[in-house]
Design a protein around this ligand. Structure first.
Ligand SMILES: Cc1ncc(COP(=O)(O)O)c(C=O)c1O
Length: 345
């Protein structure tokens, strides 16, 4: 094996049979209705290739944001876009700045492309430290906003400061941007070093189809398109994503549901003794009133899966749960109450 990937472990792959999944931050309203209608009626030329660079989807996104097709790179999930970023902008051995705590796969994509992940701590309240992030010896700085797993957005002024002080590429991963209601997509032409990532896996509720995109000024987007694997977005997924872009009402409903449920779920968790952290996304991180592993295992026995971050640095004894519908949140809180009771809390 290549020396840079020799230590790699398999990614999160739990046995989920029969379990309610509140561990992946997907949309609890169910699959995207416009995409489902498209799939039900789709007539695809199975023998033909899809468009090389997903031009149809890039045009739909350009209309949505008031940008141009040339600002977009589309592919198989924003995870593919992460890979493309490091393939395009880093040489073997280059440093890339990754905040701690943040999305667990950043280190993996940096390492897979031969780079070195430099971990930089977020501040006490999980915000960016621009002085520590904007290192001269790095090629790429990456950050999710809203952050995963903490769920808070970073301050726009801190991201702007990093963009102006840092010579390399700054990646703002807005996988949960629809929930935060703001972001940097519309501003990509203002900066020569900004790449924004978005996904159809969360608010758009199409994770099964694996669609994601990068947005940048046209120069950066073109070099990324040159590096990306041609045809990587299949025709069914592209068609479904175009249909989904046309149904912004579903996105509004999805965001409104989370806005309504977030304070209720937070309150319910606090009542059970959890300490919750501020959320701008469709999930909440919470510090447990008992041992995190016992709580996650107890919930699993009750048929519910949440994500355990309790053994990681800066999220000690914390778990992360998706914000569900009123019914799902009720199930989660009832099950948690039972689990905590069984644990003698
Ligand atoms: C911050 C962040 N970025 C990227 C992704 C990957 O999204 P996709 O399904 O588009 O590959 C996730 C998925 O959980 C995420 O939380």
């Amino acid at each position: 094996m290549r020396s840079t990937t020799r230590g790699f472990k398999l990614y999160y792959n739990p046995d989920t049979a029969g379990l309610l999944r509140m561990d992946t931050n997907t949309n609890a309203l169910g699959g995207n209705p416009a995409a489902e209608r498209f799939l039900a009626g789709a007539k695809i030329d199975l023998g033909g290739y899809p468009n090389t660079y997903s031009d149809g989807l890039r045009d739909a996104l350009a209309d949505l944001y008031g940008l141009e097709r040339g600002n977009f790179v589309a592919g198989s999930g924003s995870d593919e876009m992460l890979d493309v970023v490091f393939k395009t902008f880093t040489e073997w051995g280059d440093n890339c700045v990754v905040p701690v705590p943040s999305y667990v796969l950043y280190d993996y994509f940096v390492g897979m492309n031969g780079g070195k992940a430099i971990q930089v701590e977020l501040t006490e309240d999980f915000q960016l430290d621009p002085d520590a992030m904007a290192r001269r010896d790095a090629k790429v700085i990456i950050m999710p906003s809203p952050n995963n797993p903490t769920a808070n957005s970073f301050r726009a002024k801190d991201i702007e400061e990093i963009l102006s002080r840092f010579d390399g590429i700054v990646v703002v991963d807005e996988a949960y941007g629809e929930y935060a209601g703001c972001g940097f997509v519309e501003r990509v032409e203002e900066f020569d070093n900004l790449v924004v990532l978005r996904t159809f896996s969360k608010a758009y509720s199409m994770a099964a189809l694996r669609v994601g995109y990068a947005v940048a000024n046209k120069g950066l987007a073109e070099v990324m398109n040159c590096v990306k694997i041609p045809y990587s977005l299949n025709a069914l997924s592209e068609g479904a994503a175009i249909a989904a872009v046309g149904d912004q009402d579903f996105i509004k409903r999805s965001v409104a549901m989370v806005d309504e449920q977030r304070p209720r779920l937070r309150k319910g968790l606090e009542k059970l003794g959890f300490r919750t952290f501020p959320s701008d996304a469709n999930f909440i991180m919470a510090e447990c009133p008992a041992d995190h592993a016992d709580i996650v295992a107890g919930l699993r026995a009750e048929g519910i899966l949440i994500r355990d971050f309790g053994s990681k640095r800066r999220t000690e004894n914390c778990v992360r749960t998706t914000i569900g519908t009123a019914e799902l949140n009720g199930r989660l809180l009832d099950a948690l109450e039972k689990v905590l009771g069984d644990l003698g809390c």
